[in-house]
Write a protein that binds this ligand. Structure first.
Ligand SMILES: Nc1ncnc2c1ncn2[C@@H]1O[C@H](COP(=O)(O)OP(=O)(O)OP(=O)(O)O)[C@@H](O)[C@H]1O
Length: 292
């Protein structure tokens, strides 16, 4: 069964087309990273998935239901950016209260354990550190034992150790055959914690695949130089080159072996190369050129 499908989903805010025709099929039981730069449309997609924002056109289904129905049935748990925590209550009280809202919640002890909050159960929520507060938000998201857990940039405000703990909790939760979808800016986070990565930019899916595949595509570099009037034939056959772009006198080569490409450029061709520059391709850059 599919956990999530998007069919030609669109959403605009005034003149901004935030989501521009997204199609997705996510089988149940997988951990999926929604990877993309600022403004890519990740949060907007998540809001529609959770039934919090209206879809302009297209369709979203969550375990065969509309988003609103799936949420109503308790299928979905979510951790959104900067959700407020109730003040004056302890971690254990809040976790227990949220459990009470669901028909078949996790046991309190299991919930606290999964979120790494067992030792903090008696602490007042307003005294928690940033990372601890995020763990409490995570506990609130999983309290109802949802089949689908949705996390929007969950580690944005965390230090390295908090991140490590957080992702371990997430993987423990996913291990029970649940589906997890999380948004992130970081390829590393996607690589370490997802079975499948969906890259979005400018409201569109621009690449999709296993983390290793995506990493290979995004790990490329750019070799740029001035060629002037010289012929550019044969550049695409140099070692490592995956794409060639020419703008006026400037050539940009995408390559997954920048050393090999540069060496061959000087040794295997008779071209006079000026202003050679080798840079790591930014994620968006790499994907946009790859999918052109
Ligand atoms: N409520 C809104 N009103 C107007 N424009 C919006 C609104 N929400 C989002 N946008 C715009 O829609 C586009 C997509 O935004 P969205 O928040 O979905 O991106 P994102 O990928 O989640 O980015 P980030 O990583 O920065 O959270 C952006 O251009 C954003 O400015």
């Amino acid at each position: 069964m599919n956990a999530i499908t998007f069919s030609q989903v669109r959403k605009a805010f005034g003149a901004v087309q935030a989501v521009d025709g997204i199609d997705l099929t996510i089988p149940a039981g997988r951990s999926i990273a929604l990877l993309g730069p600022n403004g890519a449309g990740k949060s907007t997609s998540i809001s529609m998935l959770l039934g919090l924002a209206k879809i302009d056109s297209g369709e979203i289904s969550v375990f065969g239901e509309t988003p609103a129905k799936a949420v109503e049935k308790g299928y979905v748990g979510a951790m959104l950016q900067e959700a407020k925590l109730p003040s004056g209550l302890t971690v254990g009280e809040i976790a227990d209260f949220v459990r009470g809202l669901y028909p078949a919640p996790l046991e309190l002890a299991e919930l606290l354990e999964l979120a790494g909050l067992t030792e903090l159960a008696g602490r007042r929520a307003d005294t928690l550190s940033g990372g601890q507060a995020q763990r409490l938000r995570f506990a609130m998201a999983i309290a109802g034992s949802p089949r689908l857990l949705v996390l929007d940039e969950p580690t944005a405000a965390m230090d390295v150790e908090s991140r490590r703990l957080f992702w371990a909790s997430m993987r423990d939760y996913a291990a029970g055959g649940r589906t997890v979808l999380f948004a992130t800016h970081y390829l590393e986070e996607a690589d370490e914690n997802a079975d499948q990565v969906i890259v979005i930019a400018h409201g569109k899916v621009i690449a999709e695949g296993a983390p290793a595949e995506i990493k290979r595509m995004a790990g490329g570099r750019t070799v740029r130089f001035t060629l002037g009037e010289q012929p550019s034939a044969g550049l695409d056959a140099l070692p490592g080159v995956t794409a060639v772009e020419i703008h006026g006198a400037t050539v940009t080569l995408r390559t997954d072996d920048s050393d090999g490409t540069a060496e061959a450029l000087f040794k295997k061709t008779t071209l006079k190369i000026r202003d050679l520059e080798i840079t790591g391709a930014g994620l968006e850059d790499a994907f946009l050129s790859l999918t052109k």
